[in-house]
Every structure is written in C-alpha cells, then in structure tokens.
Ligand binder design. Structure first.
Ligand code: 4NP
Length: 160
C-alpha cells in the first residue's frame, strides 16, 4: 500500500529565483523517479523577487538539462509555511539562521535542515550551496550539486 499522504518539502534560499527553484524541480523529479508521493515547493527569506519567475540563468541551466522551471513564481517564506511543510531545506547557513529565527515552536525548529549537511555532503562540498547570483559561471555547478543532493535526499527519506 503506497503512502497516500504526500511528504511536503520546502527548499529555501535568499531570493527564491536562483538556487531554490532548481532545488525544487530537482527534488520533485528525483522523488517522482523513485515513485514517492512528495509535494515540493520553494521560497525565499528575502521578498525582493516575490511573484517573479526564476532568474533566466537558472531557467537556462534547467532547460539545458531537460527540466522546466518556467512556471515557478517566487514567494516569501512565512511562518505558515514552516508549520505546513514536513522538511524545510536551507541552501546556506544564513538562510538556515533566518529560518530558525522565524520558527515559532521546537517542532518547527527541528524540521529546518541545512541541505548539504542533512544529505551528508557537507564534509565533501562545504556546508553552503554557493549563491550564484553575482557569478554567471556558478549556475552549472549549483545545478550539479543540487542534483546530487536531491538524489541523496530521496534515497534517505523514501518510504517503501
Ligand atoms: P538565490 O539568489 O537566493 O539563490 O535566489 C539570489 C537572488 C537574488 C538576490 C540574491 C541572491 N538579490 O540580492 O536580489
């Protein structure tokens, strides 16, 4: 009997236009491939880009790898999302600290994880998914890193 209640995962970065939209789609695809019923979304700790589509450089790297993130729109993380999602994945330590400040209960604080640390990659890659906003050459590396992290996440959390 498959698990009917979707596992809800929220990827969080600063602007919700570069890293977390890629994380969202890569985690969604990895879960789908593993036949997992996951609901995946993303949000930003900053509000500058709310309502905007992902950065053209993230859209382009996604497209190059056969994925579309065109339909995503940036949202600002808010306390209700921390209550609603089962696992909240911060892309870097600053995002993690900002989310921890926003959390209102111990349960919410425990759901917030630093992505690369949570999936056991931090010792190899460092703790942060590099913010490529100011560096055009960083997007491919971010994509590759998030692809690896998404596969590990699904392998860890998958319900049989
Ligand atoms: P993201 O990248 O957090 O990966 O979406 C950024 C996007 C926008 C800005 C900074 C980082 N910004 O300063 O507007």
């Amino acid at each position: 009997m498959p698990n009917q209640t979707p596992f809800k995962v929220l990827a969080v970065c600063l602007g919700n236009i570069c890293r977390s939209p890629l994380a969202e789609e890569l985690i969604r695809q990895a879960a789908r491939k593993a036949d997992q019923s996951w609901e995946v979304a993303s949000a930003g700790t900053g509000s500058w880009h709310v309502g905007n589509p992902p950065d053209p450089r993230s859209r382009s790297v996604a497209q190059k790898h056969g994925l579309s993130i065109e339909e995503q729109r940036a949202q600002h993380v808010h306390p209700q999302l921390l209550a609603e999602y089962d696992l909240i994945l911060a892309m870097d330590r600053k995002n993690y600290a900002d989310l921890q400040k926003m959390a209102q209960t111990e349960e919410q604080r425990n759901k917030i994880k630093l992505l690369l640390d949570h999936v056991g990659l931090a010792s190899e890659t460092g703790p942060d998914v590099f913010d490529p906003y100011w560096d055009d050459s960083g997007f491919e590396g971010v994509f590759q890193l998030l692809d690896k992290a998404a596969a590990r996440l699904v392998a860890m959390e998958a319900k049989m």
